[in-house]
Design a protein around this ligand. Structure first.
Ligand code: PEP
Ligand code: MG
Length: 401
């Protein structure tokens, strides 16, 4: 593949914060990609380059300048060759010089352009590159937001409806549950990810509300992203103004999973609390990934940050049994695929994920389908940029027929 032109610019994300968009031209075709941005970011993530004022003009300048000078007019035999060149050009361990945001935007645009030049759907190109078997991911639809995504109106960051099956069957169920929940909640505001952001006095109430709605359908369950690094300080987890030790928090999770149909718990402890993860996974983690009483997936996000070596280390000490894959945590499609390989090599499942600050780029839908992910976190149904991911999954279902 030859890249004939590169242009980059700053566009607003769903929070109105700037992010980078890159367009590549190859032959007569053009492919555009933009990258999302997290709020509850793990400290081991690749470096998102931001200006002092929060803008991305330096990242945009790197893409239009140094990156364009290096890749435009050049022939690449493989996409891995292109990504490796970008990683080497940056030269830092965490992409802090050119910015993981600048590098990933180019990397995704190149993947999209290559699929277009080949005349195949993006998900198929990703599956071929990754050596994976494509399949429809479970929808992890964010229905209630808390934590840093909603000013801690709820203690955990995400309350998620999980629906299995083909997207065309799963999405109508998600829409129905989302609408019914909205009626029950009245005028609840929306959180960052397009789910409702109500408040409750106890830890159980959000589950008490959601569980009967979930029980109306088969193949549905509940997931949470505790994002526990955000309510952890000096050995103590604080939920609804009450302090919990790691052991007490383990009991909270165990009791919740015994009472409610909880399929997975993401980031139950802070990002460096590996031993607490291991204990929880041994206590309630279900290695077979099928639902069983009190047995769940324990998902690493801030813990593993889509980093193949952190995933391998978490596997060694049995910290988790599922991994969240966010391409912008690592900063290139090549390395995101390596993270998927490390996940599968450990016998874990992968859940592909958007970020809390999104754009209308639907790459994550193709990525989830292409790698045969267990699930996709694409947000709530109350925000256009999230709905576009679900719409893309519907399109993919047609393309795959
Ligand atoms: C998450 O924590 O899983 C998430 C999507 O939020 P953020 O993008 O803020 O990290
Ligand atoms: Mg998370």
């Amino acid at each position: 593949m030859r890249i004939d032109a590169l242009t980059a610019r700053s566009i607003p994300d769903t929070r109105g914060r700037p992010t980078i968009e890159v367009t590549l031209q190859g032959s007569t075709l053009k492919a555009t990609a933009s990258v999302p941005s997290g709020k509850s970011t793990g400290s081991h993530e690749a470096f998102e380059l931001r200006d002092e004022d929060g803008g991305v003009q330096t990242a945009v300048a790197h893409a239009n300048g140094e990156i364009a000078q290096t890749i435009v007019g050049r022939q690449f035999d493989t996409l891995d060759e292109l990504d490796t060149l970008l990683i080497e050009l940056d030269g830092t361990p965490n992409k802090s010089r050119l910015g993981a945001n600048a590098i990933l935007a180019v990397s995704i645009a190149a993947q999209r352009l290559a699929a277009q030049l080949e005349g195949i759907p993006l998900w198929r190109a990703i599956a071929t590159r990754a050596g994976t078997t494509p399949s429809a991911p479970r929808l992890y639809v964010n229905v209630m937001n808390g934590g840093v995504h909603a000013d801690f109106r709820l203690p955990f960051q995400e309350y998620i409806l999980v629906v299995e099956g083909a997207t065309s069957e799963a999405l109508p169920i998600a829409r129905e549950v989302f609408a019914k929940l909205g009626e029950k909640l009245g005028n609840a505001p929306m959180g960052d990810e397009g789910g409702y952001a109500p408040t409750f006095a106890t830890l159980e109430e959000p589950f008490d509300l959601l569980a009967p709605l979930v029980a109306e359908h088969s193949h549905t369950s509940i997931a949470i992203d505790a994002a526990a690094s955000e309510f952890y300080k000096d050995g103590v987890y604080t939920l609804l103004s009450k302090a919990y030790s790691p052991d007490e928090l383990t009991t909270v999770y165990r009791e919740l999973t015994e009472r409610f149909p909880i399929h997975s718990i993401e980031d139950p402890f802070s990002e460096d609390a590996a031993r607490d993860f291991t204990r929880l996974t041994a206590a309630i983690g279900n290695p077979s990934t099928s639902l069983g009483a009190g047995k769940v997936l324990i998902v690493g996000d801030d813990l593993t940050v889509t980093n193949p070596s952190r995933i391998a280390s978490a596997a060694n000490t049995k910290e988790i049994n599922a991994v969240l894959i966010k391409p912008n945590q690592i900063g290139s499609v090549k390395e995101a695929i390596e993270a998927v390989r490390a996940t599968y090599a450990a016998g874990f499942v992968a859940i592909a994920s958007h970020r809390s600050g999104e754009t209308d780029d639907t790459f994550i839908a193709d990525f989830a389908y292409g790698i045969g992910a267990h699930g996709i976190k694409a947000g709530g149904l109350g925000q256009k940029e999230r709905l576009e991911k679900y719409e893309r999954l519907l399109e993919i279902e047609q393309e795959a027929r």
